[in-house]
Design a protein around this ligand. Structure first.
Ligand SMILES: Cc1cc2nc3c(=O)[nH]c(=O)nc-3n(C[C@H](O)[C@H](O)[C@H](O)COP(=O)(O)O)c2cc1C
Length: 462
């Protein structure tokens, strides 16, 4: 087969991910592999996409080979997906088999894979295999064996001529443009400051939603338009930020100032984005990737966060999951999420107003919602990586994690360890085993009942 590898790394040839597809090329010499550094050359693809599309047309199999970048693909790879659709060229991909191969540290790799699967299936491709490699897997013989087995199965499936059926739902069209009503009754901002960031161009529905929030909030609010914000380029994956959280772009454009000054000053942060394909725009993604100047540290601790979204978010469960992940990781509280899905100005206005009120109220009482699996699981992945292999070059993260007690490994819980060791020994004695098992449900609620009892007897107990 002629196999075309579409590389998603901004590092081009120096991509870790491409080492995995090259390994497959070595193990399966009967197939002809060709690489294109799509993300690294997206600026030239903006001018000339034709050559690449000709290669796609000739290919028997297309491999989307990409690194994870903030729950998704890199902004430049995202831009490539947009270009194909803007120029109505997706028919070149239709009817072809696709493989997805990602490398990462497995922090929300599933959302990136789901995004690329959705895009490939939207273009009429059949996804014959999905592989999520840890970035260092290739050095382990067991992982090489696994990848080789994947290749054998996936290439056979791709060559069979039978395309697997699609697993993602087609994305719904969206043509609604919100236009606000005049004269909003203001929310009392109680001295709080709001930062509103949008990728909505003037005249778009999402821009109008962002501006509406600003008007309602009154007081101290600032709107950052990502279309006007100077951005020299996307994250280059150079990891210089790992040492001291200084981005290689420095203050040569406007991104660092938004994260370092405007975001830090704000009490309420509003992200106002329009859905573009299955995510936000590549412009928004460029800004989001550059958030990595704070590497693996939360950058919105204690802030209230509001999302304003234009588009059918309820049909994009994957994107909804990314929103939760991002905010649970950022340390902020997702106070409200408003979309223009009601397609009704008055209802959307009410929802925006409700969001502003909710954010103020949550801030007043200092509410932070507990994290779900997205935040709890993700924090454990980072904790273990920064403690271990990634301590260098992520020196600044290690410092932060130590200072903020992020190294909460279970092996430090001596009391719990002693108790479970004792119980594990005692359970071998039949009489004790019977007694424990009979009363297991009671054992589990006993400590909670004790708390309730102390509150009942002294209601002042926190
Ligand atoms: C800015 C940035 C963002 C990243 N985001 C994620 C992420 O969300 N999840 C993850 O597991 N790994 C993430 N990574 C790790 C890379 O995906 C991983 O190192 C990958 O193997 C790099 O491959 P490449 O050399 O082909 O670019 C990120 C790395 C960088 C530099």
């Amino acid at each position: 087969m002629k196999i075309l590898v579409l590389g998603g790394s901004p590092k081009g040839e120096a991509s870790i991910t491409l080492r995995y597809t090259r390994f497959l090329g070595m193990r399966f010499p009967e197939h002809r592999f060709e690489e294109v550094y799509v993300a690294a050359s997206v600026r030239s693809l903006e001018k000339n996409l034709g050559e690449l599309i000709a290669k796609v047309r000739e290919a028997d199999l297309v491999v989307f080979a990409f690194p994870l970048y903030v729950c998704l693909v890199h902004a430049a790879y995202k831009r490539f997906f947009e270009l194909v659709e803007e120029r109505a060229l997706s028919s070149a991909f239709a009817g072809k088999p696709a493989l997805l191969l990602a490398t990462s540290i497995h922090w929300h790799d599933h959302t990136a894979l789901e995004y690329v699967r959705g895009m490939a299936e939207d273009w009429g491709m059949g996804v014959c295999g999905v592989y999520s490699a840890g970035m260092d897997d290739l050095v382990k013989a067991s992982e090489r064996n696994r990848l080789e087995a994947f290749g054998r199965l996936a290439f056979r499936r791709a060559a069979s001529g039978e395309l697997p059926r699609r697993e993602t739902a087609p994305r719904p069209d969206w043509d609604y443009v919100y236009a606000p009503q005049a004269g909003p009754a203001r929310v009392d901002p109680r001295g709080l400051r709001a930062l509103i960031v949008t990728d909505g161009a003037p005249g778009s529905g999402i821009r109008a939603m962002a501006e509406r929030f600003g008007e309602l909030f009154g007081g101290d609010s600032e709107l950052v338009d990502l279309n006007a914000l100077p951005m020299k380029g996307g994250c280059q994956g150079c990891i210089q930020c790992g040492l001291d959280n200084r981005c290689t772009y420095g203050d040569s454009d406007g991104v660092q100032a938004v994260y370092r000054e405007k975001l830090r000053r704000a009490d309420i942060v509003v992200w106002a984005y329009g859905i573009r394909d299955r995510y936000w725009s590549a412009r928004a993604k460029t800004f989001i990737d550059r958030r990595f100047l704070d590497t693996h540290q939360p950058n919105a601790v204690g802030k209230q966060v509001v999302y304003l979204v234009s588009g059918p978010l309820s049909a994009h469960a994957n994107l909804r999951q990314i929103i939760s992940t991002m905010e649970e990781f950022s340390g902020g509280n997702l106070a409200a999420l408003v979309t223009d899905e009601p397609r009704d100005t008055a209802a959307i206005d009410r929802a925006i107003r409700g969001a502003a009120e909710c954010a103020v109220e949550c801030h007043q009482v200092g509410y932070q919602a507990p994290r779900t699996f997205a935040g709890v699981g993700g924090a454990k992945v980072f904790r273990d990586e920064i403690w271990g292999k990634l301590r260098f070059p992520f020196v600044a993260d290690h410092r932060y994690y130590k200072a903020h007690h992020f190294y909460d490994f279970p092996q430090k819980e001596w009391g719990a360890r002693l108790k479970t060791t004792l119980l594990r020994a005692l359970v071998h004695i039949p009489a004790i085993r019977r007694a424990i098992l009979v009363d297991m449900k009671r054992h589990m609620v006993r400590p909670l009942d004790r708390v309730l009892e102390s509150i009942r007897t002294s209601p002042g107990t926190p």
